[in-house]
Design a protein around this ligand. Structure first.
Ligand SMILES: [Zn+2]
Length: 484
């Protein structure tokens, strides 16, 4: 077969290796990873602390600062008035485990590799805690939710890792505030995750009637409280019914549950005052970046989906708050452009002046620590940015249902596993009632292009490793509606 003289073959091989060496040398000299701001190019690293507060199941439109009709969040509103509020933030997955994994790694679900609750975030992934720990930050977590226990993979990078399980905000914040007082002189990363708005909606007794029978309360609308046996993880649940774990004294009034959800937010907001005051009293606002966000929202009965999250990518499930405050940053600024939860980490790094340039060989051979979000600093500075779309998808948790959505401008396209398409113009139709997919085939085609490559079918079997839950945690997960 090979008619080439031996020396010529050798020459060809040598030339090939020379060429390869030259390419490698050129690659290693290349500055991969675009600098994120002028500050970084000058290596101007800021020694700011980082405080990240994520709130479970908090939809944006039930907060005062997002225009809600009830006064649910006076303290968060005050915080927002001194910071930057993003009006349209999309959670990448409407379920805790996968969503928090996306936030902490800045990767979409398909990259972060946590496809459903109960799966472990891989050790190979690089979380913001690890990135900051590597830069001498003292890292501490005060969390709730059994999906984020030690052993879930979220402990990586933390020196101190506390999970308060289903404890109310007061308890968790008491721990965090104590810790802040003792560690204020360290350069730290503090992560707090609160669970109060998550079902069942059981705020402390004195808050339970505050919104019942108020001017916004309508006691006539009801939902079913009887259940068929379904399949998969959520057999207790059917469309049109209040999930079993949410039922309070058999009540079937929809607005009663909405009032309780709002009371949970109000209670949590009141508890947050102690955190905000501590930050102020210790002078930490002068040298800390503070971020308030959420892992996903909660459906309040839209599309017949009651008091749950995860199964759909409608607005109530994926449209969440995001408020950022940092030293010298704008006060009371509101940004209407679409942004995503995966943008939090690159924004933090940008404000800190940390430019994490990936090594060329890592970029080629491993994508484990790739940052997929984009810094929000250009938007904060009033510049435009190319990324004007957001992607969200349901976890692989439902045997017969999977949805993927892309939002671009005011258009939102949803692709479902039953092969149906949905297209909504959120500017005119925020409740997603008027499906215009058939009317705009070209737009559907264009938006579908953004989500090509994300699998449509449910039942993905990933290379996942599961979290080992103890009996206590299994009971907690049942109470939160995660397990049967
Ligand atoms: Zn959650």
């Amino acid at each position: 077969m090979n008619n080439m003289p031996a020396n010529q073959t050798m020459f060809t091989k040598n030339r090939f290796f020379m060429l390869l060496l030259l390419i490698l040398a050129a690659l290693s000299a290349m500055p991969f990873g675009r600098p994120m701001s002028g500050a970084q190019e000058q290596g101007n690293i800021k020694d700011y602390n980082v405080i990240l507060l994520t709130i479970d199941a908090l939809r944006a439109d039930h907060l005062g600062c997002y225009g809600y009709k009830r006064n649910t969040s006076p303290n968060i509103d005050k915080f927002a008035a001194n910071g930057v509020l993003f009006e349209n933030t999309v959670a990448q997955i409407p379920k805790t485990g996968p969503s928090v994994s996306s936030i902490m790694t800045s990767q979409y679900m398909q990259s972060a590799g946590v496809y459903r609750n109960g799966e472990k975030l891989s050790r190979k992934k690089k979380t913001i805690a690890e990135r900051l720990f590597d830069r001498s930050y003292f890292t501490a977590a005060f969390l709730t939710n059994a999906n984020l226990i030690y052993g879930s993979g979220h402990e990586q990078g933390f020196v101190l890792f506390n999970n308060y399980h289903t404890a109310p905000a007061e308890k968790v914040l008491e721990g965090a505030v104590d810790w802040l007082e003792g560690n204020r002189f360290k350069k730290f990363f503090l992560w707090i995750h609160l669970l109060d708005p998550h079902g069942p909606y059981t705020p402390p007794k004195k808050y339970r009637s505050m919104f019942v029978d108020d001017p916004f309360y309508n006691g006539t609308k009801t939902a079913a409280t009887e259940y068929k046996t379904g399949s998969g993880n959520n057999s207790e649940y059917i469309l049109g019914a209040i999930p079993k774990y949410q039922l309070i004294n058999g009540i079937n009034k929809v607005d009663y549950y909405i009032a309780q959800y709002d009371s949970e937010i109000f209670y949590m907001d009141e508890a947050l005052r102690s955190l905000f005051e501590t930050i102020e009293n210790l002078g930490l606002q002068k040298n800390s970046i503070i971020i308030i966000g959420a892992d996903h929202g909660e459906s309040m009965g839209e599309h017949d989906y009651y008091f749950e999250h995860g199964m759909f990518v409608y607005q109530g499930n994926v449209n969440i708050p995001l408020i950022i405050k940092y030293p010298g940053g704008p006060q009371g600024k509101r940004i209407p452009q679409i942004v995503q939860n995966i943008d939090i980490v690159p924004t933090l790094l940008d404000v800190l002046g940390i430019n994490e340039r990936e090594k060329w060989w890592k970029k080629i051979f491993s994508r484990q620590d790739r940052i997929e979000g984009k810094s929000l600093m250009p938007l904060i500075k009033g510049e435009t940015r190319e990324e004007n779309f957001a992607v969200s998808e349901t976890p692989y948790e439902y045997d017969d249902h999977k949805s993927v959505m892309v939002q671009k401008g005011s258009w939102k396209f949803i692709m479902n596993s039953d092969k149906t398409d949905e297209l909504y113009n959120l500017a005119e139709d925020p409740d997603e009632k008027n499906n215009q997919a058939e009317k705009h085939p070209e737009l559907v085609k264009e938006l579908r292009g953004h989500i090509r490559g994300i699998p449509k079918a449910a039942k993905r079997k990933g290379p996942e490793e599961n979290i080992q839950f103890g009996e206590k945690e299994k009971e907690e997960l049942k109470a939160l509606g995660y397990l049967q």
